[in-house]
Ligand binder design. Structure first.
Ligand code: PGA
Length: 249
């Protein structure tokens, strides 16, 4: 049975005071979230602070990036060993904002993925099509290509060490959510694609949905058989909304 994971992607939001309020609000309601693991991915500069604030509450911690190299002359990057020093279990990799705004290719995403797995950090591996790609009927080709960049370099077993986040680009931050049927269809496609290579990996890998998931639509999305959680942007910035998503699992 796959456990539900609700992960908050804070993106470039927050301040020293707001993150304290956010974590303390999440901690206050955490006991009511019984069917999901909750995790937060703060901006890098706040990871140390959030690690302290989280303490032993059970909230998971992740970064929004991880370098494809161990250390050295890579200005602006985060070494896996640094993330591990601050208890980051997860690293978001391949988010569409990194792909589209900062030019990250499938190849670079796959290299970051490899370094994360090698270092014992779980990739929150983001994939998803743009509206144009969906409308021109190449949605499945796009998510296949994104996944194959990892499988072709690292094998199918590497996918078993990650959490996939299917995030249709047209739903991210737009308030337009994929319908539960639309999301389930892509999740089922991803799982069947993986099953063709390994039934075991397909059965165990968590596939999260991301894209305007909120307290109002989470229950229906999370009740789909192949949706194993959510990667939450906007709604992860308010403790009540984030907890409500966790509680609807
Ligand atoms: P959103 O962002 O929930 O604000 O749409 C999701 C994401 O980008 O991970």
């Amino acid at each position: 049975m796959r456990r539900t994971l609700i992960a908050g992607n804070w993106k470039m939001n927050g301040s020293l005071s707001s993150i304290e309020e956010l974590i303390s609000g999440i901690k206050d309601g955490l006991a009511e979230v019984t069917n999901a693991d909750m995790a937060v991915c703060p901006p890098a500069i706040y990871i140390s602070k959030v690690n302290d604030l989280i303490g032993d509450s059970g909230i998971g911690l992740g970064s929004q990036n991880i370098c494809d190299q161990e250390s050295g002359a890579f200005t602006g990057e985060l070494a896996p060993s640094m993330l591990k020093e601050f208890n980051c279990s997860y690293a978001i990799i391949g988010h569409s904002e990194r792909r589209s705004l900062y030019g990250e290719s499938d190849e670079l995403v796959a290299k970051r993925f490899a370094m994360a797995v090698q270092s014992g950090v779980i990739p929150l591996f983001c994939i998803g099509e743009t509206l144009e790609e969906r409308e021109s009927g190449i949605m499945e080709d796009v998510v296949s290509r994104q996944i194959d960049a990892v499988i072709d370099t690292q094998g199918i077993d590497a996918i078993g060490k990650c959490v996939i986040a299917y995030e249709p680009v047209w739903a991210i931050g737009t308030g337009v959510t994929a319908s539960p049927e639309q999301a389930q269809a892509v999740h089922a496609f991803i799982r069947s694609k993986l099953a063709a290579l390994s039934e075991d990996v397909a059965a165990k890998v968590q596939i999260l949905y991301g894209g305007s998931m909120n307290a109002g639509n989470a229950k229906e999305l999370l009740s789909q058989p192949d949706i194993d959680g959510g990667l939450i942007g906007g709604a992860a910035l308010k403790p009540a909304d984030f907890l409500a998503i966790g509680k609807s699992a």
